[in-house]
Design a protein around this ligand. Structure first.
Ligand code: SF4
Length: 264
């Protein structure tokens, strides 16, 4: 007898996949919820997953590559991952997920919304079939916020200063988010900074390839970044209450949209 199809939803720790989990709780009762943990996530992400777990009344299975980021950094000769060479997503998110799935037939639930034009990672494994309930049901950004608010789960705390889920040192961060990291988690900023070591031909040295975290830390530079971020927000001419939503929109429309395993 063939095995039944498995239903799996991979949470990134961000708003869309979280809202999708809440949305599908009663629709797909045999859902398996997973989170690919790089062990370099923010504590706010773990707190948020706990809240979601409580709402779902079901364990979120934590998947982890047993060798971890530092091992792979060595394998990649010390080259920090970047948008051009995103080995971190492959090794720490996608591979553990595919290992967990094995050869079973799987429906994989992806939180891409009806108002998004974003490509998702689609496994090349023929046994993994992606499905897009938000797209199918016409769920848009405002609906996602409503789902999160009505459930009482709300948004993750880091949305006050950062637009995306993912590792604390993620290279997709904006300058102002690095400043936010420094203000909220100076210890993590320090750790991220310690990864910036020269090696080989000098490439792959900084998280943000033009400026080191040490340079960014200079008081005048930090002030300048904050001023620029405020200016950009003012330019939007939006009311205080909608600022967060605007920031999230900016993230959604970023040209280098990272994969949904890490961010949404
Ligand atoms: S969150 Fe960023 S640094 Fe972490 S695995 Fe994803 S792309 Fe890489």
């Amino acid at each position: 007898m063939s095995k039944p199809i498995r239903h799996i939803l991979s949470l990134s720790g961000g708003k869309d996949s979280s809202a999708l989990a809440l949305y599908l709780r009663d629709r797909v009762p045999n859902m398996e919820y997973v989170f690919c943990d790089t062990k370099k996530e923010l504590e706010e992400t773990y707190e948020y997953l706990d809240k979601i777990e409580a709402y779902l009344g079901k364990k979120i299975i934590r998947l982890c590559d047993e060798r971890g980021f530092d091992h792979w950094l060595e394998v990649y000769n010390g080259f920090l991952p970047s948008s051009q060479m995103r080995w971190c997503t492959r090794m720490l998110k996608i591979r553990p997920f595919e290992k967990y799935v094995g050869d079973d037939e799987v429906l994989m639930y992806v939180g891409i919304r009806a108002d998004e034009d974003r490509q998702a990672y689609v496994s090349t494994k023929p046994n993994i079939k992606p499905v897009y309930p938000f797209k199918e049901d016409g769920i848009k950004r405002d609906d996602v916020f409503r789902i999160l608010e009505e459930s009482g789960v709300g948004l993750p705390k880091y949305y006050g200063w950062r637009t995306r889920s993912g590792c604390y040192f993620c290279f997709f961060q904006r300058k102002s988010e690095w400043v936010g990291l420094h203000e909220h988690h100076p210890d993590l900023y320090q750790l991220a900074s310690e990864y910036e070591k020269p090696h080989g031909n000098g490439q792959g040295y900084f998280w943000d390839d033009k400026e080191s975290l040490a340079e960014l830390l200079a008081p005048m530079r930090m002030e300048q970044i904050k001023r620029n971020a405020e200016k950009a927000q003012r330019k939007d001419g939006e009311a205080q209450s909608s600022r967060l939503l605007d920031t999230l929109d900016l993230a959604d429309s970023d040209n280098e949209t990272p994969c949904f395993f890490c961010h949404d």
